[in-house]
Ligand binder design. Structure first.
Ligand code: ATP
Ligand code: MG
Length: 408
């Protein structure tokens, strides 16, 4: 869930052996872009944000502020305490800026706590009991995930608003997050085909948000917010920073700058003007991370290499040099043409806003990528046969306007 620019306010250690362990805090980038309270600071000089006091006065605090979603279960704090074995350390899955995430067990029929180890596994996110920002993000999460339903968005099962306690109950995602698989020390290398499956699912989720009635801008697209089911289907989580897009003739919404360092689009950082193209930029950064197998900001590197976007950019459009930025964990096991298409797509996504494709164009390109099939020791390449977007769609390799002139 979104929090602040500056020092990452939490570690992400995990203690669950059946669940991939998050990358350690020291490996994570020093994250997040501005918040207003709860230990965060606001980006200065940005148009359109309100003072802390005003935001506090407007802070919705009661059940009545939650839109009515009959399918969401309102849990009591005690129910979730029982479901997680009193938030026992053994149930801890991970920790983010919002608080800790625990495994919990519920009876699916009656939606009540079940004995740990029986019933249905869920993920319970418990808000740290400080700061207005946390409550606002919690509320945003309930109100967005309560009404949006898509296979590439994580399912919210319920919530708890009980005194000062704020919790969220989600479907459990057994493979953890993309971050766990890309960056966790000791993790098995994610094969090329799985990487593409994950980013394609995530692109489908973002395209759905952008094209939904409210034209939702997600604002916190990054590997730790891309959760994975048992078959590596991607689902976006963390709608704490999501925002309804501009309506009528407006080209953008003005906001306080929120998000995560390295993933936020430069024009958004400079002006606070938020458009769906800001998500496209973040998507491009994640594509780069998937290609290179490293964090966008890596303080262990020096000079230009510290920032993946700056370092990788010159190699992306050069078919012969691309291998220099590719994740060595792939050991060269990727189709070069597909890698080049993805690199060109990433380059488009991180270009100036007007030259970025929209998410449905990005999705169409990913869906048309040549698939790699591993059968015994032979590798064959084939096109995806049934993609509805296979013909006449934008492709970074076929669109002269988008592909050849990347302004940066
Ligand atoms: N529904 C879920 N099922 C399984 N694991 C989950 C689920 N939700 C979150 N997690 C795990 O908990 C970790 C922490 O998640 P959380 O969203 O709180 O923080 P984050 O995404 O790492 O950081 P940030 O606060 O910056 O968004 C995730 O990285 C993921 O591994
Ligand atoms: Mg998250």
């Amino acid at each position: 869930m979104g929090n602040c620019f500056g020092a990452r306010p939490h570690s992400s250690s995990k203690v669950d052996n059946t669940h991939p362990v998050s990358a350690s805090a020291s490996e994570k980038p020093a994250t997040k872009v501005a918040g207003t309270s709860g230990g965060c600071f606001a980006q200065s000089g940005v148009a359109g944000h309100q003072s802390n006091d005003k935001r506090k006065r407007e802070a919705p605090r009661s059940e009545g502020d939650i839109l009515s979603f009959p399918h969401l279960k309102a849990f009591t704090f005690n129910e979730l305490k029982n479901a997680t074995g009193n938030f026992h350390l053994d149930s801890l899955i991970g920790e983010g800026g919002f608080g800790c995430v625990y495994k919990g067990w519920i009876d699916e029929q009656r939606l009540v706590a079940a004995r740990p180890g029986s019933g249905t596994l869920v993920a319970v996110k418990k808000l740290k009991l400080k700061g207005f920002q946390g409550h606002k993000e919690w509320l945003s999460e309930v109100n967005y995930l309560g009404k949006l339903d898509h296979p590439n968005l994580v399912k919210l099962i319920g919530y708890c608003l009980d005194g000062d306690n704020r919790l969220l109950v989600y479907e459990y995602m057994p493979k953890g997050s993309l971050e766990d698989h890309l960056f966790r020390r000791g993790a098995l290398a994610l094969p090329w085909a799985t990487r593409i499956k994950v980013v394609t699912g995530a692109a489908r989720g973002l395209a759905f948000l952008h094209e939904s009635e409210q034209r939702v801008i997600y604002r916190d697209f990054k590997p730790s917010n891309i959760l994975l089911d048992s078959e590596f289907n991607a689902k976006l989580s963390d709608f704490g920073l999501a925002k309804a897009g501009p309506t009528g003739d407006r080209t953008h919404v003005s906001t306080q700058v929120l998000g995560t360092q390295g993933y936020a689009a430069p024009e958004y950082l400079g002006t606070g003007h938020l458009t769906s193209k800001c998500d496209v930029y973040s998507f491009g950064v994640v594509l780069l991370e998937v290609l290179a197998g490293r964090y966008v900001i890596d303080k262990t590197k020096s000079g230009m290499e510290e920032n993946l976007v700056d370092w990788a950019r010159p190699y992306l459009g050069d078919r012969r040099k691309l291998f220099r930025i590719m994740d060595t964990k792939l050991q060269g096991q990727y189709p070069q043409r597909a890698a080049y298409i993805v690199a060109m797509l990433a380059l488009q996504c991180i270009s100036v806003a007007k030259n970025r494709p929209n998410m449905s164009e990005v999705l169409a390109t990913l869906e048309q990528l040549p698939l790699v099939r591993h059968s015994n020791s032979t590798t064959t390449t084939q096109s995806m046969p049934n993609s509805p977007l296979i013909h006449n769609q934008y492709s970074p390799l076929t669109s002269p306007t988008r592909h050849l002139q990347v302004e940066t």
